[in-house]
Design a protein. Structure first.
Length: 408
């Protein structure tokens, strides 16, 4: 395998510009105002991209607020050591003032994934990981409140590492070729390409919203799942929040989910890989689960408040996505194209921006509308063939997705 591969400065500069130009715009395509503060979080392994991100932020007239994180390895496993050494008090300690201050200061947030130890937390008890996650709920909710109000733009992107390439069964150069292809970094203007793609997926999302779908029935050899979409819902497209993103999604009414689904792709979470996942739902709640590997971790996620309910259903059209290989990273695997596109659902919190109408006040109001509330949100992906049929408000039925593509 190719070792120590780094993309060319030209590619990294294009990538950074795409993240800043396209990734930080809002859903209407508006750029941040001049003077916006951009909080960008980059692991040490992605050091070259940090350089070009800072340059792109400055050249676009924004103020950089950089956060440079150490990357773990087999000798210095920073994340695992925290959980091994922390007392219960330390595990539950919440830097609430600091984290809220960061949200208050920032107008935009960029987070770069660059995993150097994919299974670094595999020996940490799942309950410890979820306990720490729950302790951060207040600041997580504070951030999403600003996002939902349209005052905080955000995006996620991937920097390829040797560890992730190994996990996906590729050389590092091959892994980066997938990133370059998926993000259109091989074109003259990646931002122009993504503006075109975004218009297409936004048009699909608008068409789905206009259908006024009451329920979806997803059927295939590995699924027979019925989801109530809920009143006043709209469909959204990934836009720039994830780079790349070809998906079209909504948050269903969590109470109106019934049936069964098997997932063809593993779920990477908390440094472990959960494989062979199957879920059964009754009245919106997971009543049975199966996993051929790390089932105990899956059960812990399901036990977490709201972790046994759906927060998202998503479809990706194979004609748009240039991702054709397993990347061992949810950001990419939930956008894979291939022969049949993909369907993914998420256990955990819902997206409030899928709601149409005056913003409900209080958690109970959101819950009545079928929006799930949780500190977890885990996307699980299936790439096998399926047909999605919508039942509309007028009682008629329409196939909206078949053979890996939308049929609108």
């Amino acid at each position: 395998m190719t070792k120590n591969y780094t993309p060319s400065p030209k590619v990294l500069e294009k990538y950074a510009n795409l993240i800043v130009e396209f990734g930080l715009q809002d859903r209407e395509g508006n750029q941040p105002k001049a003077g916006a503060v951009v909080h960008f979080v980059v692991p040490e392994a992605a050091r070259p991209l940090y350089f070009y991100l800072q340059r792109a932020i400055l050249r676009h007239g924004y103020h950089p607020l950089g956060h440079y994180e150490p990357s773990s390895d087999s000798i210095y496993n920073f994340e695992a050591d925290f959980f091994k050494e922390a007392s219960l008090t330390q595990l539950n300690f919440h830097l609430e003032k600091y984290k809220k201050a960061l949200v208050d200061q920032a107008d935009c947030v960029i987070r770069i994934f660059a995993d150097t130890l994919p299974h670094g937390l595999k020996n940490i008890p799942p309950e410890q990981l979820l306990e720490h996650r729950r302790s951060q709920k207040t600041s997580i909710e504070y951030k999403w409140k600003k996002i939902d109000a349209g005052k905080l733009n955000w995006t996620l992107a991937l920097y390829g590492t040797q560890a992730m390439a190994n996990e996906a069964g590729m050389s590092l150069k091959q892994y980066w070729q997938q990133i370059i292809k998926a993000c259109y970094l091989d074109t003259v203007s990646p931002t122009k390409e993504w503006t075109r793609i975004n218009k297409t997926v936004q048009d699909v999302a608008a068409a789905l919203t206009n259908l006024q779908i009451e329920t979806l029935h997803i059927v295939g050899k590995d699924t027979d799942l019925t989801l109530g979409i809920g009143s006043n819902r709209k469909w959204l497209a990934g836009g720039g929040n994830n780079i790349p993103s070809f998906e079209v999604f909504t948050s269903p009414n969590w109470r109106q989910v019934t049936g069964w689904i098997r997932f063809s792709q593993p779920l990477y979470v908390f440094g472990s890989k959960i494989e062979g996942i199957e879920l059964w739902f009754e009245n919106g709640v997971v009543v049975k689960s199966v996993a051929t590997k790390n089932h105990a971790l899956l059960r812990q996620i399901i036990k977490t408040k709201g972790g046994d309910r759906l927060g998202e259903v998503s479809l990706t059209d194979k004609r748009l996505s240039r991702i054709t290989k397993f990347m061992a990273e949810t950001l990419y695997d939930e956008n894979v194209g291939g022969r049949f596109g993909n369907t993914h659902i998420a256990l955990g919190t819902s997206f409030h921006d899928c709601y149409v109408g005056p913003i409900p006040k209080g958690k109970s109001a959101w819950d009545k509308l079928g929006y799930n509330d949780s500190v977890v949100h885990h996307d699980i992906v299936s790439t096998t063939d399926r047909t999605v049929t919508a039942t509309l408000k007028d009682g008629s039925s329409k196939i909206i997705y078949q053979n890996g593509q939308f049929t609108l």
